[in-house]
Design a protein around this ligand. Sequence first.
Ligand SMILES: NC(=O)c1ccc[n+]([C@@H]2O[C@H](COP(=O)([O-])OP(=O)(O)OC[C@H]3O[C@@H](n4cnc5c(N)ncnc54)[C@H](OP(=O)(O)O)[C@@H]3O)[C@@H](O)[C@H]2O)c1
Length: 244
Amino acid sequence: MDALKGKTVAVVGGGSGIGEAIVRAVHAGGGRVVLSSRSRTRLEGVASSLNGATVLPVDMTEKASVQRWAAELPMIDHLVISASSAAHGAFAELEEDAVRAMFDAKFFGPYRMAKESLNKINDGGSITFFSGVLSRRPGMNCSGLGAVNGAVESLCYGLALELGPRIRVNCVSPGMIRSEAYAGLEEQAREDMYSATGASLPAGRVGEVEEAASAALYLMTNTYSTGVVLDVDGGHMIRQYATR
Ligand SMILES: NC(=O)c1ccc[n+]([C@@H]2O[C@H](COP(=O)([O-])OP(=O)(O)OC[C@H]3O[C@@H](n4cnc5c(N)ncnc54)[C@H](OP(=O)(O)O)[C@@H]3O)[C@@H](O)[C@H]2O)c1
């Protein structure tokens, strides 16, 4: 954890879920944090308990907003982008516009954030993207989300090659993690989903945000890791598939 002492880490998505857990872990490790997402209120709620945290709202889907964000961003050592949105639905029924909007948020958002902040990242720094297990282990009614995760992973590989050795680029691929991402589900439905998914995994349960956050911290601080997609998925990649 000493590797983060005195370092500055910008976390886009830092107001909830895995991003918030990353913010708290960096702060506990002696790093400075810049928290970003759309909701200033949500970011200020997290920052209020963290000495010296900076709140810098942004909407990743708007180029002008990303450019304003980058102009105000202090020099940083690490950029982490956990912010995203998802669209679910049967291939035959899900509107193309919904899939495009998801690509704009989950692929082009991080693409823009990385591009606009390049000259704010100190030499020896890193960028960490987030994809998800669906890129390589598909789920019913999730074809678009799987595709966008695959695009993010491919971007990670390409940028690791192009931006090295000045900047390392990696990606965390979570399996199911208890987080605000599922806040829209009714509580019992959410718990049933966690139980059913957990029972199908070698780990026997779904993950916690701190477990996914520690993968991001590893990628940020391990100076020999670049071009890595790190699965934190309770064994989802090797699970036994249920019958249809
Ligand atoms: N949790 C899981 O089971 C799981 C599984 C696989 C992959 N993942 C991936 O892991 C990452 C983190 O997930 P999570 O569970 O921590 O999700 P989360 O709690 O829902 O966090 C998503 C964050 O994205 C921000 N955001 C959404 N749209 C944005 C935009 N246009 N501009 C800026 N910020 C935006 C939201 O804040 P505002 O509303 O304030 O903007 C929110 O803080 C995501 O990439 C997700 O796809 C998660």
